[in-house]
Write a protein that binds this ligand. Sequence first.
Ligand SMILES: *[C@@H]1O[C@H](CO)[C@@H](O)[C@H](O)[C@H]1NC(C)=O
Ligand SMILES: [Cu+2]
Length: 235
Amino acid sequence: MLFTLPLLLAPALVAAHGAVTSYIIGGTTYPGYQGFSPVSGAQIIQRQWPDYNPIMTVTDAKMTCNGGTSAPLSATVAAGENVTAVWSQWTHQQGPVMVWMYPCESGFSACDGKSQKWFKIDQMGLFGTALNSVDWGTALVMATLEWSSKIPASLKAGDYLIRHELLALHQANTPQFYPECAQLTVTGSGTASPSGSYLTSIPAYAAQSDPGVTIDIYSSTATTYTPPGPAVWTG
Ligand SMILES: *[C@@H]1O[C@H](CO)[C@@H](O)[C@H](O)[C@H]1NC(C)=O
Ligand SMILES: [Cu+2]
């Protein structure tokens, strides 16, 4: 019987991560990609990701959209409305949730997310005072398998990528990034766009040595945590 244990454990290890697999906008569920790409002709708003292995460095090319480069559809969302990302599974309870957007001014097919135009619309890091607790944004994702964010009400109408990123910090000084992107068409009469320090590039939105990235949550005596990257732009 003992010989079978490693075989039984193996699938659980493979499954011990997660990815966004659908989106809820205004009461409509938009199926995302279920893994693992490519599925030709999948009619989805999410950019297909090849796998949900952890990304270990902030400079990895997969940081942009977990390797996803295109999707045939987009979802329409009014500025000021919420977008809810849904994970089919998630297993880590320490680290921040960060939600980003990127303008696709020339349409989605030409939109590679490679310019310095990414901005955050939402994030939650540590909401308690103990780094080794489960008072973290990703613990809320583990509990509900959802994350809801408001599209800034004043955001200029147009095409955008939305990027949900979970940064898992449960292994000391060994960050794991899990990002996925979907395509949104934002409507409304807003005219605002973030500028200056709100904008950054992905990959490499922070240094690997950033204290929000390379951190030992078990030995640190800090009582606060600052997610890496720019401040959140709320419009
Ligand atoms: C909309 O998203 C915001 C976070 O940006 C959240 O505080 C709020 O609860 C959400 N509303 C709903 C109805 O989900
Ligand atoms: Cu994992």
